[in-house]
Design a protein around this ligand. Sequence first.
Ligand code: UDP
Length: 495
Amino acid sequence: MEAALSPEPHFVVIPWPTTSHIIPLVDIGCLLAAHGAAVTILTTPATAQLVQSRVDRAQAGSSAGKITVTSIPYPSVEAGLPAGCERLDHVPSPDKVPAFFDATMRFGDAVADHCRLLNASSSPSRRPKCVIAGMCNTWAHGISSELGVPCFIFHGFSAFALLCCEYLHTHKPHEAAASLDELFDVPVLPPPFECRFARRQLPLQFLPSCSIGQDSLRELREFELAVDGIVVNSFEELEHGSAARLAEATGKTVLAVGPVSLCHGAPAPDASDDARRCMAWLDAKKTQSVLYVSFGSGGRMPPAQFMELGMSLVSCPWPVLWVIKGADSLPDDVKKWLQEHTDADGVADSQCLAVRGWAPQVPILSHPAVAGFLTHCGWGSTLESVAAGVPMAAWPFTAEQFLNEKLIVDVLGIGVSVGVTKPTEGVLTGVGGEPAKAEVRMEQVKRALEKLMVGGTEGEDRIRKVQELKAKAKAALETGGSSYMNLEKLVQSVV
Ligand code: UDP
């Protein structure tokens, strides 16, 4: 006689509504399902399709368990946002950021109601056994406490950046700095690694002011302190023991379960025109010849800086695939320059392809034509580059990206620094007013790209190191690998 099987544990996954958080946390949901969990992903109506398409892609041909995608109405208009504005990267201006946090708080009430319904289900398999929530969904801990189940937080940061943040929260060296530019130690890794930063290069919560507001920042920290554990999109072999150090520093379970982009198996671009155009253009290029340039889901530069970058890209000797966000809001003269100097139509023999929409980044990075990546050091992009074995040139914009640059360039030796010292203004930093001057000149960008693309012995060393990490990344998610075992641990911990 067969023993009665206990139902698979039900994880409720609630991404923080920002594209770059949704992508990896949905992938974590897919990985949990592949490890035998039942997963419900709670999202907003305008984002449901993005979530569903990732789930469908991960599940195609795999034996992954059941994933339910549920949309909960998001109160954009009630909070004073444009209708359909349901992601932070769609917020039109810094002054609307508090409204977005307000909308997300109200969204939390509706999510709590839905979780109560799930918990009241007559079917034991529908009752949540664990909540995994994005870092700004601070209400998630209240929901998990009410349900009596553990709550894990997902920041979207590297373990190294989280470790630096924990040090900053505890020791506050930035508060003793005489200016925003004075460098101070954040000694989170043993020698020979030196980690020195200026206050203006730190994540938003450590800046003197930002558009999120002090109350929201306090709630964020309370949430971090309250959760049972931290899920990280990384793998243990990557960050010099940062995950274990973070566990020690916080007293919490820290599980590195990535690189989660590998959950889709062989990367396939979606069917959009932009995606087809990028891949056809790459197909026509020589192996290891292309520089890929992209600054994440939102990364926009002031026009003066944009022009310095643009002039360096169109004059460099390699084919360049340049992804541009916010192209519509560039001044007319910059738009005209772009039209005249880059290829807008995807002609296969063009030297610089400018993509104004959404590029299929993971398939691009895995394409044999791509030799280097000029990145803003967002953690998603960084890890995708590692997983594809592509060395980077680091141009951090904001948030924890200067910390990631340190990891890429100095700790891991898989990238070169462009030499940016100040953050680029954005919707969260809320710096506005005078049109910003270009901090980085064309020649400086060209020097960094030259190092990246034809770096001599040092360049070969970077390629060797990133290729080794690529192999380790893949192994981490294979049966018995570190991330595989951490996913098992997470699922088993709530069975
Ligand atoms: N991304 C993409 N196409 C784009 C821009 C971004 O696929 O045109 C994806 C990228 O692959 C990554 C995420 O969006 O998964 C960006 O995350 P990251 O942490 O690098 O940066 P952020 O958007 O948070 O600044």
